[in-house]
Design a protein around this ligand. Structure first.
Ligand SMILES: C[S@@+](CC[C@H](N)C(=O)[O-])C[C@H]1O[C@@H](n2cnc3c(N)ncnc32)[C@H](O)[C@@H]1O
Length: 474
């Protein structure tokens, strides 16, 4: 069934998006509606009922837990692997777990509870277990270590429990890691018996449910990892989930989010700190005057990328340089009067972080969200072009520059880049033309002025570059 054939009116789709948001926390607003429609269309086809009737019953009926379980796989993303963000895990070992174990030892207490929330197929939870075993060494048997791992998707949990993984799960880990903790079973790898069965896997929906829940062990945690899931939630649902998780921390505990989710914490009125490449929150980290967890939170006052942002000389030439400002781009407290433009800039900030970590899919997701907030702002297209350049995709970069220039025809830097890229793909005459347009635009301003989006490049210097390039025509 192609998209146009899915028997779902815009109104019906709105109701279904609200239901998915309400029950799963996931945000399918704006441009993501089309994705929702596609997923629903696939689901509707698999049902015995007539698709339209099935979609209507879904939209207007109450959803039982069984129904939520049945629907979950269609809407959730199951991307994970061992030692994801290894640098962040090393930070946790060094800066959080080792000192905590030491304090517990000194106080004569030998217990620890860690929770991987939204654990998917368990790679994160096993990575944590291995990390802890390494830290404890010979002392391991003297400690009570409670490792919990939860997810909404029962299928993922069953696979996690089984502890058998394909090659993809090891894509960022070394051979030594795999052979130490796993043994081969045909074409896959099975967690060795010493570690198998030591994690308690349980089903938990982050978008609902009372927390803390001591009966299930969801309380007094020393460490909660909740990474790469709230980024798919609406800001309101993410804020509510964050506050519920915060209530599950013990006094020494921290809650760790991925870098791209830092701004969601700020939106929720929570002030954290950078934990390696991740973002962490401690109990009591509320920003004064914080937003209620149940209100749609206001956006943060993240330091925003500016067109003419200057680059510090020691910075690596990453995607981030294109929107870096003089200040560190750490989230800061929410402002009640923050506007859509702040949200737009937050999205760009998220895109930048994703791009710097080569999470291109996520970067595109945030750029798309930015565009939904302000379709007439050229910045998201400009950044998309930088991402494409970083990936060596000249044609995609040209397309994005074209869109940026449609929105802002006087963007000299975009003409300049267009010129370079057109030459790169062999279109020399068109490239020269773009460089001449750039020169013409630069001619109207003082030589020492900074070029917007030029990372500290002056008008004079850019003019010289254009002239040089035109002279050195290959
Ligand atoms: C991209 S994976 C992240 C896995 C792991 N945390 C990581 O960082 O590698 C996202 C996980 O979130 C789970 N998920 C999505 N919505 C959820 C919800 N409402 N409650 C609990 N888990 C959810 C999905 O089932 C999926 O396993």
């Amino acid at each position: 069934m192609n998209q146009t054939e899915i028997p779902c009116s815009a109104r019906l789709l709105d109701v279904l998006a609200t239901k998915v948001h309400q029950h799963l926390g996931l945000d399918f607003s704006g441009a993501r509606r089309a994705d929702l429609l596609k997923r629903l269309g696939q689901l509707a086809q698999e049902q015995e009922e007539e698709p339209r009737a099935w979609l209507e019953s879904l939209a207007f009926g109450d959803w039982s837990d069984q129904q939520i379980q049945m629907l979950t796989p269609a809407f959730t993303v199951g991307e994970t692997y061992f030692r994801r963000d290894a640098e962040a895990l090393d930070w946790l070992a060094r800066q959080h777990l080792a000192p905590l174990l030491q304090r517990r030892r000194a106080a004569g207490h030998r217990y620890l509870r860690i929770w991987s929330a939204a654990c998917c197929t368990g790679e994160e939870a096993y990575s944590l277990l291995f990390l802890l075993d390494d830290l404890l060494g010979d002392e391991r048997s003297q400690w009570t270590i409670d490792v919990l791992a939860s997810d909404i998707n029962a299928g993922f949990l069953a696979r996690a429990e089984q502890g058998r993984y394909g090659q993809n799960a090891f894509r960022r880990s070394e051979e030594l890691f795999r052979s130490r903790y796993f043994e081969t079973r045909g074409r896959s790898w099975q967690v060795r018996p010493e570690w198998h069965g030591r994690i308690r896997f349980l089903r938990h929906n982050l978008a609902s449910g009372e927390l803390p829940d001591p009966k299930r062990g969801l309380a007094s945690a020393d460490l909660i990892l909740c990474r790469h899931v709230l980024m798919y939630f609406s800001q309101g649902q993410a804020a509510a989930a964050l506050h519920r998780l915060m209530a599950c921390l013990g006094e020494d505990g921290i809650l760790v989010l991925s870098a791209v989710e830092a701004a969601l914490a700020t939106h929720a009125g929570l002030q954290g700190f950078w934990a390696g490449t991740n973002y962490a929150l401690r109990p009591g980290g509320q920003i004064s005057g914080a937003v209620s967890p149940h209100a749609e939170p206001s956006p943060s006052a993240v330091v925003l990328p500016t067109a003419g942002g200057s680059r510090r000389p020691e910075e690596p030439a990453t995607f981030s340089r294109h929107i870096e400002t003089q200040q560190q781009p750490a989230p800061s407290p929410s402002r009640p009067d923050s506007s859509a433009s702040n949200r737009y800039d937050d999205c760009l900030q998220m895109a930048r972080r994703c791009a710097d970590r080569q999470h291109d899919k996520d970067a595109h997701h945030w750029l798309q969200r930015a565009r939904e907030l302000d379709p007439s702002n050229p910045m998201s297209y400009w950044l998309q072009a930088q991402l494409a350049i970083q990936n060596g995709d000249a044609l995609a970069a040209l397309q994005s520059l074209h869109k940026a220039l449609y929105l802002e025809p006087n963007l000299a830097m975009a003409h300049f880049q267009q010129g370079l890229l057109l030459r790169e793909v062999g279109r020399h005459a068109a490239g020269d033309k773009a460089l001449r347009v750039c020169l013409k635009l630069l001619g109207d301003t003082t030589a020492t002025d900074m070029v917007p989006f030029g990372e500290g490049l002056s008008h004079g210097r850019l003019s010289q570059l254009c002239e040089q390039l035109l002279e050195d025509r290959p």
